[in-house]
Design a protein around this ligand. Structure first.
Ligand SMILES: [Zn+2]
Length: 63
């Protein structure tokens, strides 16, 4: 995976309060926090957006 340890140390789960560190799982394709929240890694970059922001807008942004 392309995620550097330095970047990984800075990442925190946005859904946890207080934010908790994220660890790579599933062969480095997913980041997961201690509470079980998981975020996909897209081309080496973590996608930390909440699920409601990941959902495509209705009738918009269609490729
Ligand atoms: Zn979390």
């Amino acid at each position: 995976m392309n995620l550097s340890p330095e970047l990984l140390n800075l990442l925190r789960c946005p859904l946890c309060h207080p934010p908790s560190p994220l660890s790579p799982v599933a062969e480095g394709t997913v980041l997961r926090c201690a509470a079980g929240h998981s975020f996909p890694l897209t081309e080496g970059f973590p996608d930390l957006r909440p699920d409601d922001l990941k959902a495509p807008a209705p009738a918009a942004q269609q490729k």
